[in-house]
Design a protein around this ligand. Structure first.
Ligand SMILES: Cc1cc2nc3c(=O)[nH]c(=O)nc-3n(C[C@H](O)[C@H](O)[C@H](O)COP(=O)(O)O)c2cc1C
Length: 140
């Protein structure tokens, strides 16, 4: 059974490219081997991540990620059974939520991922992917 899981968390420490790069490197390798796809959005002190795949693989990975000391307040905001993946192209796409991102600051100035529903956050991610802010860097 395929599921999609979605969480929000607060970064512990600065979200440098070194930190993100090492997360993505591990994620790309492990996820590709275990049929996990998804998106990691990062910036402004938060992580938003969508994980898709077989239920046991996703649940196990989420538990591991939730215990990771690079973030805290890991809150699952959405979980659903799916018949089709939304992010099938990506073992883990990366979306940078830049402080300077005009979409984030002008069109959605009060964006607070903890206070909106999971589906709204996912819609927001799809907007970011649509405008081309997604970076897929398997060797990051
Ligand atoms: C925000 C965030 C997202 C992560 N996403 C993934 C991921 O998609 N896949 C993955 O294998 N590890 C991911 N990790 C890394 C895991 O938390 C963990 O470090 C890694 O799976 C290695 O596990 P281990 O330290 O128990 O060996 C992520 C970590 C953080 C902080």
């Amino acid at each position: 059974m395929l599921i999609r899981l979605f969480y929000v968390s607060t970064a512990l420490g600065p979200q440098t490219t070194t930190v993100t790069g090492s997360i993505l490197k591990v994620a790309h390798a492990w996820n590709a081997q275990h049929g996990i796809t998804g998106v990691l959005c990062q910036g402004q002190g938060v992580f938003l991540q969508v994980l898709e795949g077989e239920r046991d693989a996703v649940t196990g990975l989420f538990e591991r990620i939730a215990a990771d000391r690079r973030h805290k307040n890991v809150e699952m905001v959405h979980r659903e059974t799916i018949t089709q993946r939304r992010y099938e192209k990506w073992a883990m796409a990366h979306v940078q939520l830049s402080d300077l991102d005009p979409m984030t600051n002008i069109e959605w100035p009060e964006f607070d991922p903890y206070s909106v529903t999971g589906l709204l956050v996912m819609a927001r991610i799809d907007e970011l992917i649509a405008v081309g802010t997604v970076i897929n860097a398997p060797d990051a």
